[in-house]
Design a protein around this ligand. Structure first.
Ligand code: GLC
Length: 746
């Protein structure tokens, strides 16, 4: 039993690594100077963010110049709007040529320059996996697939390239990364998270921010990020988007806050608020989360922005505000600094009235506006009179496509291989299934359009899985499938063709979606996909199951009958080419699951489960566990060693382990270091990921990897909600090996 514990102030006490001295000396004076000159109307305007449609002509997506100058004047000059978001036309948004983006943003910049104080608009966009709405920009694997690479360097590069796309378009601010934790597979935005593990999500999110922001996000090729959706949005009890989460404070601090803390410490200057509610308190009304925790404990000094229309929804949906005016008052006083109104000026009018009546004190208005001005100054907006990069810097090129290709290759998980893969390049292949010949199913939402579902708008030079396979083999390739996801597939024809080919590639999964549109009632696959699979299996031909989609749909029967299983999730625009490279052996797969892949639709247990979830009849029995992923070669870890087996409370332990490529093919391997605190005053997970490294080894090559387990790694949220470490015994797990150490009272 534990004899002693210490309070761990390592995380909570740290302040973000922003250059506080620079801000105090150079930015704060400018903020105060501007604030002292601003009228109430100008201040309230800065807190107002509107959608592009508010300043757009009708059918803006097809107009040469989508801006309505009178509407622009009304927004910028009359209502002093501080921020604009999205692409021409809402809600679908359609990717625009970069030149058009530069025209749009320049017109807005010029309009701001005509205002009394020339305070620039900050233009925000969801560039969540590259250039969502910028034609011919790179579209990376979505976050769930970036997490499957277990390669923070790739996430860093994705951040660099995305920031260039944002800035070359004349845009300013990226509503990304999502730092929610993905532990509810039904949730239609699971794929926008980095998966179920806190450590992995924090590592990938930090790397993305560091690539995107650099050390100074006013640089020509850098841009500020926005951590979202703070906090607990990703864990709806019933799995449906924008429905209640019930998260106790210990779970909040153990699983849901750390990712945001990591993002704050990485220097992200904005946070977007959770659209739903936790424990009965809507995110936009939660003073405890937005002010006491985010500001008081986590040290966040940037500004918060509401999510879409969510302040007004406190009245229209949540019924915690009796009027729209009350809704504005509740949200602003809870700690929301900027309102994504987004389709009119109601927030501006209501807050103006609340300020004049004194119901919202000027001190609160000034506090919010100061935060917004500070971020605008940090972003370099006041010195920016045109895009800071040439247009071509924002478009895909050979180098960025190569990085995107590597990301897709490293994201794909080889979950099963009964000596079928890699295929011969002379093999004849039947390709069938709803996901076989579409780019949308590999990109997901926020791709070309909000829902990512308009296939004809995708760049036709990119390869679907079918087209990539056709390029790979000299054998006959036949496709039996539809044009769109869900089109009827002639099963009889597929069976006939299967019999005439060496192997069948069966591409299954789900169509694209995001947000509530993606709500489902079961993780089961569409029955027609299972029907196709069963008919193909009846031919006796070897089957490669390939899946694409944002959620782990239930594939158990199909996976158990297929000779090989490749889990693609959302590998992005290079996903088809990468998948074919893996199928034919030009790439050795290295992806690892960033989530526990459920065996059945209600068998949802995370890998870092509690002891009672694997006790007696309860078992952790996913179809594939967190961290699972095969290779065409064979890696062996051995010689797990600790530098000490007894340490004082607060000290670290150094871990070393050898990893060898014992196979015949060069490959990349992720070595995962897990820790278990054997006995605690709060039940401890059976294992938690605390470190990992990805390396590439040639056949026969061996390398020793070194890791450090710190006091923070051994800590947890104790009975009194404080982060503590307790003396006691710990187990380190790497591969098939374990090692033990004890923490004692000094
Ligand atoms: C949406 C999403 C959010 C996005 C915002 C702006 O409702 O919840 O992730 O950044 O609106 O598009």
């Amino acid at each position: 039993m534990k004899v002693f514990s210490i309070l761990v102030l390592l995380v909570a006490g740290l302040r973000p690594t922003v250059n506080a001295q620079y801000i105090n000396q150079h930015i704060e004076p400018k903020v105060q100077n501007l604030l002292s000159q601003m009228t109430l109307e100008e201040k309230v305007g800065q807190m107002t963010q509107v959608d592009f449609s508010v300043i757009s002509v009708q059918d803006g997506q097809n107009a040469e110049n989508p801006i309505d100058s009178a509407k622009l004047e009304s927004a910028i000059v009359q209502h002093h709007v501080g921020s604009i978001l999205n692409a021409p036309t809402t809600p679908n948004n359609r990717a625009q040529p970069i030149e058009k983006w530069r025209t749009i943003t320049q017109a807005i910049r010029d309009a701001s320059a005509q205002t009394r104080l020339k305070i620039p608009v900050i233009y925000g966009i969801d560039a969540i996996h590259g250039g969502t709405y910028i034609q011919n920009a790179v579209l990376f694997p979505q976050a769930i697939s970036m997490a499957a690479t277990f390669n923070p360097e790739l996430s860093f590069q994705e951040g660099e390239i995305t920031a260039r796309t944002v800035k070359a378009s004349g845009l300013d601010w990226n509503f990304s990364p999502v730092m929610d934790i993905g532990r509810q597979p039904l949730w239609p935005r699971l794929w926008e998270t980095y998966g179920e593990d806190v450590y992995l999500a924090s590592a990938m999110g930090k790397a993305f921010i560091r690539g995107h922001q650099g050390d100074d996000f006013s640089a020509a090729d850098k841009a500020p990020n926005c951590l979202k959706h703070y906090v607990g949005y990703s864990y709806p009890l019933n799995g449906k988007d924008r429905t209640p989460a019930w998260i106790g404070e210990r779970a909040l601090r153990e699983y849901f806050l750390p990712g945001f803390q990591a993002g704050v410490l990485a220097g992200a200057p904005t946070v977007m608020v959770n659209s739903a509610e936790v424990d009965g308190i809507p995110g936009h009304a939660n003073y405890h989360y937005l002010t006491e925790i985010l500001r008081g404990e986590m040290g966040f000094t940037g500004f918060t922005v509401s999510d879409w229309e969510d302040i007004n929804r406190l009245y229209t949906r949540d019924k915690i505000a009796a009027t729209p005016r009350d809704a504005v008052k509740i949200a602003v006083m809870a700690g929301v600094d900027m309102s994504m109104v987004p389709l009119d000026f109601t927030f501006y009018d209501l807050l103006l009235d609340l300020a004049k009546s004194g119901e919202v004190p000027m001190s609160r208005i000034d506090e919010a506006v100061a935060r917004i001005l500070k971020v605008k100054l940090q972003t370099g907006l006041f010195e920016r009179d045109q895009p800071t990069l040439p247009a071509e810097a924002g478009l895909a090129n050979e180098a960025s496509n190569a990085i995107n290709r590597q990301a897709a290759e490293e994201a794909i998980v080889l979950a099963k291989n009964q000596s079928l893969l890699p295929l011969s390049k002379q093999a004849s292949v039947l390709v069938t299934g709803p996901a076989a010949n579409l780019l949308s199913v590999m990109n997901g939402g926020w791709s070309i359009t909000w829902q990512g579902n308009i296939e004809e708008w995708y760049p036709q030079d990119k390869l679907t899985l079918l087209r990539a396979i056709q390029q790979k083999t000299s054998g006959k390739v036949t496709y039996v499938g539809g044009q769109r996801f869900g089109d009827e597939i002639n099963i009889e024809q597929a069976v006939t063709e299967a019999r005439q080919h060496d192997v069948v590639v069966l591409a299954l999964g789900e169509k694209t979606y995001t947000e509530t549109i993606g709500n489902i009632d079961s993780l089961e696959l569409d029955p027609v996909q299972l029907q196709l699979a069963r008919a193909i299996f009846a031919t006796g031909k070897p089957v490669i199951l390939v899946t694409f989609g944002g959620r782990p749909r239930i594939i158990t029967e199909i996976a158990e009958r297929a000779q090989a299983v490749l889990l693609g999730f959302l590998p992005g625009m290079e996903g088809g080419a990468a998948m074919a490279d893996i199928v034919f052996g030009d790439v050795n797969p290295s992806g690892k699951l960033p989530l526990s892949y459920p065996r059945a639709t209600n068998d949802i247990t995370p890998y870092d489960h509690k002891p009672m979830e694997a006790f007696e009849a309860n078992q952790y029995k996913p179809l594939y566990p967190f961290g699972h992923g095969l290779s065409y070669t064979r890696f062996e870890t051995s010689g797990l060693k600790l530098n000490k087996h007894t340490i004082n409370l607060g000290e670290s332990v150094h871990v070393s382990v050898n990893v060898k490529n014992a196979g015949q093919m060069t490959g990349k391997e992720v070595v995962l270091v897990y820790l278990n605190d054997k006995v605690g005053s709060v039940t401890r997970p059976v294992k938690q990921l605390k470190a990992f490294k990805k390396i590439e080894l040639e056949p026969g090559q061996q390398q020793t990897l070194n890791f450090t387990l710190t006091a923070e790694d051994m800590s947890f949220i104790g009975v009194d909600m404080q982060r503590i470490i307790e003396a006691g015994d710990f187990k380190v797990m790497v591969g098939d090996e374990t090692a033990h150490f004890s923490v004692i009272k000094p």
